[in-house]
Design a protein around this ligand. Structure first.
Ligand SMILES: Nc1nc2c(c(=O)[nH]1)N[C@H]1C(S)=C(S)[C@@H](COP(=O)(O)OP(=O)(O)OC[C@H]3O[C@@H](n4cnc5c(N)ncnc54)[C@H](O)[C@@H]3O)O[C@H]1N2
Ligand code: MOO
Length: 428
C-alpha cells in the first residue's frame, strides 16, 4: 500500500493546466487569467457627482451657513447619462444627479439636504470643501494600468471591474471539461426501471454535481457495461476532447473489473492500493496524445466521493490553473469512533456547535462505503491518521467539509434559534 500523500503527489506531478485561450470577458467567469488585463479607459470615465445636489463654485458660497444661507440661481438640470458636460456659469448652480458629469468650471457639489432643494433658485446652507462630492476621472484606475493581474480567478467583482474598464477579451486557462463514466452491468441510469439485482447509477449524478459545484464543466456523464471493447472504445473517444476523465467501479479484484483490465499498461496508468479507508483501490494515469488525466475511482459511492475530495479535486484545480488548496477546518469530537488501523480513515460526521461556539462532530450514517443514504446526513469527513485506532471523545479532528461553510453555519444558527424558542415556551 502507498500513502495518500504519495498517490496525490504522483497525480499532481503529471497534471498540468489546460491550454490558454482568449475569451470574451463574460465567458471568463470562474477561470484563471494568464495575462495582465489593462484598463482601456480612466475609471471613473469622467468627473461626476457622488450625490444628488447642486454643482457650484465654492467661492460663490463663501460664508454660507444655516443662519445665513446664500441664494443662487439654478442654470438647469444635469442627469446621469447626459452626453455633454455643461458649462458652469459663475454665480449660478446646476442641479445635478448622482453619476452625472460635473459642469466645466464647477469645483464642488452641495448635497440637496444642505439646500432648500428648489429648482429655479436654491438656498445653500453650507460652503463646501473644494472637490466635495466629486468622483474624479481615473481615481479608480487609469487607462493603461493593470485592472486585473495575471493569475486571478475571475469572480463576480472581477467581471464588474473588467467590463467597466472596457476590457472585451481576456486570456485565461481554458474551462476544464470533465467526462464522468460509471461502469458496471448492475447499473441503471436514473429514471429507468430497476430490475432484479440492479441498482441506480448514483456515482454519475454525484460526480457530475461535485465537478460542477467545484467550478469545472461536466461535458459527458455516461455509463459503460462490463465489456472490454466498449470500455476501450468509449475512453479512446473521450481522450480526443476531454480535459479529465473520471471513471468509477471495476478497479478492485473482481472477475469483471474491466476498467483495470482495459487501462493497465495504457499511458502512465498505475493501479495501486492507497492506505485509506474508504478508497483503497485507486488508479491514475495520463493517456493519449493530449495527456488527459484519467482517474479510475472505486465504485462504492462513499469511496468515490472520498476519492474525489482527496485526489480529483486538487488535480482539477491544478488543471484549471488554480492554486491547489488543502484548506481544512477542525472539530471537537463529542462521540468517539474506532478507525482503521494502518489506513487513514475518512469518517462521515454531522456537525453541531460546542459550548464555545466551535464545531463539534459525531459520526453519522454508518461506516460501510456502500451506505449511500447515510452519506446524505454527513456535513464533513473527519480525517484520522493511519496510526490512530480510535478517535476519542474530547479530541480535535481535521474536517473536510462536504457543504459550503455558510450553509452549515446557517443550519446551526437556525437550530440554535429553534432550540431557544422551544426552551422558552416549554414549561408554560
Ligand atoms: N476481494 C476483494 N474485493 C474487494 C476489495 C478487495 O481488496 N478485495 N476491495 C473492496 C473495496 S475497498 C472497494 S472500494 C471495492 C471497489 O470495487 P470496484 O471499484 O471494483 O467497484 P465495483 O466492484 O464495480 O463496485 C463496488 C460497489 O459499488 C457499487 N457501484 C459501482 N458503481 C456504482 C455507481 N455508479 N453507482 C452506485 N453504486 C455503484 C457496486 O454495485 C458495488 O456494490 O471493491 C471491494 N472488493
Ligand atoms: O476502500 Mo473501499 O473504498 O473501503 O470501500
Amino acid at each position: 500500500m502507498i500513502s495518500v500523500e504519495e498517490h496525490l503527489e504522483n497525480i499532481l506531478e503529471q497534471v498540468h493546466p489546460v491550454e490558454t485561450r482568449t475569451v470574451p470577458v463574460p465567458r471568463a467567469h470562474g477561470l484563471v487569467t494568464t495575462a495582465d488585463a489593462r484598463s482601456q479607459v480612466d475609471l471613473p470615465r469622467f468627473d461626476n457627482s457622488s450625490m444628488d445636489g447642486y454643482a457650484v463654485r465654492r467661492e460663490d458660497l463663501r460664508g454660507a451657513s444655516p443662519e445665513n444661507p446664500v441664494l443662487l440661481p439654478v442654470s438647469g438640470d444635469v442627469a446621469a447619462g447626459d452626453p455633454l458636460p455643461r458649462e458652469h456659469v459663475p454665480g449660478q448652480a446646476w442641479r445635478i444627479m448622482t453619476g452625472a458629469p460635473i459642469p466645466v468650471g464647477a469645483d464642488a457639489v452641495v448635497r440637496v439636504e444642505d439646500t432648500d432643494g428648489h429648482v429655479r433658485e436654491a438656498q445653500f446652507r453650507v460652503q463646501p470643501e473644494e472637490g466635495a462630492n466629486i468622483r474624479r476621472a481615473g481615481e479608480d484606475v487609469r487607462a493603461g494600468e493593470v485592472v486585473l493581474p495575471a493569475g486571478t480567478r475571475v469572480g463576480a467583482p472581477q467581471l464588474a471591474a473588467l467590463v467597466s474598464a472596457g476590457v472585451e477579451q481576456v486570456e485565461v486557462v481554458g474551462p476544464v471539461r470533465v467526462v464522468v463514466l460509471s461502469t458496471g452491468d448492475e447499473l441503471v441510469p436514473v429514471g429507468e426501471p430497476v430490475g432484479p439485482g440492479q441498482i441506480v447509477d448514483s456515482n454519475g449524478p454525484m460526480l457530475e454535481a461535485l465537478v460542477r459545484e467545484a467550478g469545472f464543466f461536466p461535458v459527458h456523464v455516461g455509463h459503460l457495461p462490463d465489456d472490454e471493447s466498449a470500455t476501450k472504445k468509449e475512453i479512446k473517444h473521450h481522450l480526443d476532447h476531454a480535459d479529465a476523465i473520471i471513471t468509477t467501479g471495476g478497479v478492485s479484484k473482481g472477475a469483471y473489473d474491466i476498467v483495470k483490465k482495459v487501462l493497465s499498461g495504457e499511458g502512465t496508468t498505475e493501479f495501486v492500493e492507497v492506505a485509506m479507508q474508504p478508497g483503497k483501490p485507486q488508479g491514475f494515469g495520463v493517456l493519449g496524445k493530449r495527456k488527459v488525466p484519467v482517474f479510475t475511482l472505486p465504485g462504492n459511492p462513499v469511496s468515490a466521493l472520498v476519492s474525489f475530495e482527496v485526489f480529483v479535486r486538487p488535480a482539477l484545480e491544478r488543471r484549471a490553473g488554480r492554486r491547489v488548496s488543502d484548506s481544512t477546518t477542525t472539530g471537537l469530537v463529542t462521540t468517539g469512533w474506532r478507525s482503521a488501523s494502518d489506513r487513514r480513515t475518512y469518517t462521515r460526521v454531522r456537525i453541531s456547535r460546542d459550548v464555545t461556539g466551535e464545531y463539534a462532530v459525531e459520526p453519522v450514517g454508518g461506516a460501510g462505503s456502500h451506505l449511500v443514504a447515510g452519506l446524505a446526513m454527513a456535513d464533513a469527513l473527519a480525517v484520522s491518521g493511519a496510526d490512530e485506532e480510535e478517535v476519542t471523545a474530547g479530541s480535535q479532528v481535521e474536517l473536510v467539509l462536504l457543504r459550503p461553510r455558510r450553509e452549515i453555519d446557517g443550519r446551526l444558527s437556525a437550530e440554535e434559534s429553534d432550540a431557544g424558542t422551544t426552551g422558552d415556551g416549554g414549561e408554560a
